[in-house]
Design a protein around this ligand. Sequence first.
Ligand code: HEC
Length: 151
Amino acid sequence: MIRSKNLSLLIVSFLLISCSDQQSPDNEKVESVPPSSIANLETIMTVGDIQRGSKLYIQCRACHSLKENEPHKIGPNLFKLIGSKAGIRDGYNYSDALSGSEIVWTVENLDLWLEKPYEILPGNKMVFSGMRKQEDRNDLIAFLYDQTSEK
Ligand code: HEC
């Protein structure tokens, strides 16, 4: 279940996405909203400790790659993750739950996903029990944005 406080954010994100070019995504052109329109991104990049996040990423590394054109692992490559629609990476075989979801990876949704992946999207196939501490999630999200955004 997506908490209702996030619903308005989701809707805003969707409006932004539907205003942009609707081309079928491929590895190089993952559809995403502009960073400046993502609520809390600036905050997370201020409070999040990227260095610490890189150590927390060890928990994800076996299953995910981050850089452009790196192959998918057990989970999808996460290049241009923040701001992108969930479940759209070419060449990755998602669960129906994820590919059929309407989630956009805003900071808030990513935070919920990392805390309890099974709760935001029941039936997904990411085997990860969740990251309980807010501080850890902040640091990891800052690291993910630093590593997966287009420079
Ligand atoms: C055991 C392997 C595994 C681990 C560990 C893991 N993931 Fe995943 N992840 C997956 C799989 C598999 C999926 C696809 C889920 C589906 O299709 O339902 C996924 C999906 C995702 C997605 C959605 C991607 C998209 O294209 O919409 C994100 C974001 C994500 N993982 C982030 C993380 C982060 C960050 C960590 C570390 C805290 C992590 N994952 C740990 C396997 C893993």
